[in-house]
Design a protein around this ligand. Structure first.
Ligand code: HXC
Length: 256
């Protein structure tokens, strides 16, 4: 249900594809376990620098598998923690770019929100339809939407179940760029290549620092950024980057 392939100009981009076409990539337990395993594999493997997460041209993911969830009782989702490992994506330290074509509904939108950058195809449709089936977003929807767009938009999406097209999602700030459907994955890989040209160590540092903006006060975040900035001065890659600039040559990163 998941395919992992190596791509990018330097073959250091992991392309992870959700592949359950019979159910528009609905997120069942097995798919999410496989996704988690693949993400952890890529996270550990130093030869991968950036991850691109995508689905098919028709669906990124049509949400959690409603037919599977329909059988569950409170104890299954609470005591047995049905959704264990579903948030692995939010713990990955390498940059993750979502390339969203087609339906990204419910858990599908929430997966995209866990990624660092969201690129959308012109046919992308985002939304949190959980309210229409008697439940609420459970993978971060009510928490991440208001952090990434306005409260009014977040409330509208989560309370009504209305869908948001690619262009609207871009205007609201959820998506950074929109591309024709067939170009989307290629463009995401080109962006991954541009990120992967930088030191993996420093890239991870930027991601950590930027993410702290969503978790701390401004003062704590500024303090953390200052400390992380200072810590780059203890790295070989900071020395190499600045020397290479002065010597007018390309830097050779060692991630040390
Ligand atoms: C299970 C799903 C599914 C889903 C689609 N399918 N979405 N199966 N769970 N979420 C299945 C359909 O049953 C159908 O299977 C096949 O995929 C094709 O779907 P169709 O409905 O025939 O396609 P279409 O008419 O194009 O409509 C597409 C759609 C619609 C608009 C995306 O499928 C839809 O509304 N899906 C549900 C979206 C949703 O409510 N998602 C939120 C889920 S709750 P068959 O066998 O009939 O061909 C959630 C909670 C997250 O995500 C929290 C987790 C912690």
């Amino acid at each position: 249900m998941i395919t992992l392939s190596r791509t990018g100009a330097a073959e250091n981009v992991a392309l992870i594809t959700l592949n359950r076409p019979s159910a528009l990539n609905a997120l069942c337990r097995e798919l999410m376990l496989e996704l988690s395993e693949n993400l952890l594999k890529v996270e550990k493997d130093q030869s991968y620098h950036v991850i691109v997460l995508t689905g098919s041209e028709k669906a990124f993911a049509a949400g959690a598998d409603i037919k599977e969830m329909a059988k569950l009782e409170f104890a299954d989702v609470f005591e047995n923690d049905y959704f264990t490992n579903w948030d692995t994506l939010s713990h990955i330290t390498k940059p993750v770019i979502a390339a969203v074509n087609g339906f990204a509904l419910g858990g599908g939108t929430e997966l995209a929100l866990m990624c660092d950058i969201v690129y959308a195809g012109e046919n992308a449709i985002f939304g949190q339809p959980e309210i229409t089936i008697g439940t609420i977003p459970g993978l971060g929807g009510t928490q991440r939407w208001p952090r990434y767009v306005s409260k009014s938009v977040a409330m509208e999406i989560c309370l009504s179940g209305d869908r948001l097209g690619a262009q609207e999602a871009k205007e609201d700030g959820l998506v950074s760029k929109v591309f024709p459907v067939q170009q989307l994955v290629g463009e995401a890989v080109l962006l991954a290549d541009r990120i992967a040209k930088n030191s993996p160590l420093i890239v991870k540092t930027v991601k950590r620092s930027l993410n702290s903006a969503y978790q701390t006060s401004l003062n704590q975040g500024l303090e953390m950024e200052k400390q992380l900035f200072q810590s780059t001065f203890a790295t070989n890659d900071r020395r190499e980057g600045m020397s290479a600039f002065a010597e007018k040559r390309a830097p050779k990163w060692t991630s040390s």
